[in-house]
Design a protein around this ligand. Structure first.
Ligand SMILES: *Cc1c(COP(=O)(O)O)cnc(C)c1O
Length: 363
């Protein structure tokens, strides 16, 4: 290329999204395709969202509410924090990028586990910072390893709890021990995209006691348990001084009108949320049982997905599964050559997945 690209940005590997359903239908000429590759909600979203969206359609000639006022207020009541402690984003991806841009000077470091959600690395590099990766230890976040990498240049530490893609978690005790060793001027970003699915009470939940520590920024999303991935809404809960910076640099209309209305309506529907969580737990229990019967090893998980060790090249199995109309994720690009990641689907989808896997593995 004749144009000189920023050196940091030249090193970014493109984000690999789950293969889109329609693309597989087209490529393989299969009418019925199921997707269990992007940790999406298989049962949709709250019916209340339809009404909220319909009512807001008439205002779509206007710019969205600039301050995300109604949604901020609702979240503020839900978590007992002030609206000044909340930043709403176009997905939590948006807030990840804002944190990187707000707090990294060129050459500053952001620590994260190796094989983390790719948006951390992409955002840090885009902000001209340096991502410092710490390998997992037994498929879990190596908190001690992160502490060891802290330097005078460290500004941000990214933690995902539960961790995507392995499903591992961090307990309260582990988190406290870690946080004690982090300097006062380093921001600890705790990405809790899957926290609603956690069944183990010992797992750290930063919003049980929010804002106790000004270094902690909690990220949450409506994309998973609430099923609103296509709307793009996520939020962060944080010290008001950090929130002020993010609100200063975000796009003024980063969350569109329909997305704000959808999220606002979705929060109220606890019945749907519970159904979504129950469907996930039932799905996990079913998959663990069936995969166990096939003699396949799975990593324990507290999220809506699990990693399966096939003990054979996962990308080959992934390709074969595609031909059967089942989209899952090969974990090869994350360095787990023999692992598939699959999220829980509906009852029928889970059965279809097991059948397709049996066929491909000739079990
Ligand atoms: C899915 C996911 C998110 C959510 O991203 P959105 O931009 O809110 O859709 C955030 N972090 C992790 C680790 C995820 O897997």
């Amino acid at each position: 290329m004749k144009f000189k690209i920023s050196e940091q940005i030249a090193t970014i590997k493109p984000y690999e999204a789950g293969k889109p359903l329609k693309e597989v239908q087209r490529e393989y000429q299969i009418a019925h395709v199921i997707k269990l590759a992007s940790n999406e909600n298989p049962i949709g979203f709250s019916p209340k969202v339809y009404d909220a969206v319909a009512q807001n359609m008439k205002d779509m000639n206007r710019y969205p509410e600039f301050s995300n006022f109604l949604l901020c207020n609702k979240l503020s009541k839900k978590f007992h924090v002030a609206p000044e402690n909340i930043v709403i984003g176009n997905g939590s991806d948006d807030i990840i990028a804002l944190l990187a841009h707000g707090f990294l000077n060129p050459g500053d470091e952001a620590l994260m586990p190796l094989s983390s959600f790719l948006m951390y690395e992409i955002s840090v590099k885009t902000a001209k910072g340096i991502p410092v990766m710490v390998p997992l230890s037994d498929f879990s976040t190596n908190l001690e390893g992160l502490v060891e990498k802290i330097s005078a240049k460290t500004r941000l530490i990214f933690i995902t709890n539960p961790f995507n893609p392995t499903g591992s978690t961090i307990t309260y005790d582990e988190f406290d021990e870690f946080a004690d060793k982090v300097p006062e001027d380093v921001i600890i970003i705790v990405d809790e995209a899957y926290i609603e699915f956690v069944r183990n009470d010992a797992v750290y939940n930063s919003l049980k006691n929010p804002l106790q520590d000004p270094r902690i920024v909690t990220l949450r999303t409506f994309s998973k348990a609430y099923g609103l991935a296509g709307f793009r809404v996520g939020y962060g809960i944080m010290d008001s001084e950090i929130a002020q910076i993010l609100n200063r640099i975000r796009q003024p209309f980063n969350v569109n009108t329909l997305a704000q209305a959808a999220a606002f309506a979705a929060i109220d529907d606890e019945q749907f949320l519970n159904k979504s969580i129950q469907t996930t737990h039932d799905g996990l229990d079913f998959l663990f049982k069936e995969l166990g019967n096939l003699g396949l090893l799975c990593l324990p998980t507290q999220s809506n997905f699990l990693m399966i060790n096939l003990k054979t090249d996962a990308t080959q199995v992934f390709e074969e599964m595609l031909k059967s109309g089942v989209i899952v994720r090969s974990m090869k690009s994350y360095g787990f050559d023999t692992f598939l990641r699959v999220n829980t689907g509906t009852k029928e989808e889970n059965v279809t997945f097991i059948q397709a896997l049996k066929k491909v593995l000739k079990k």
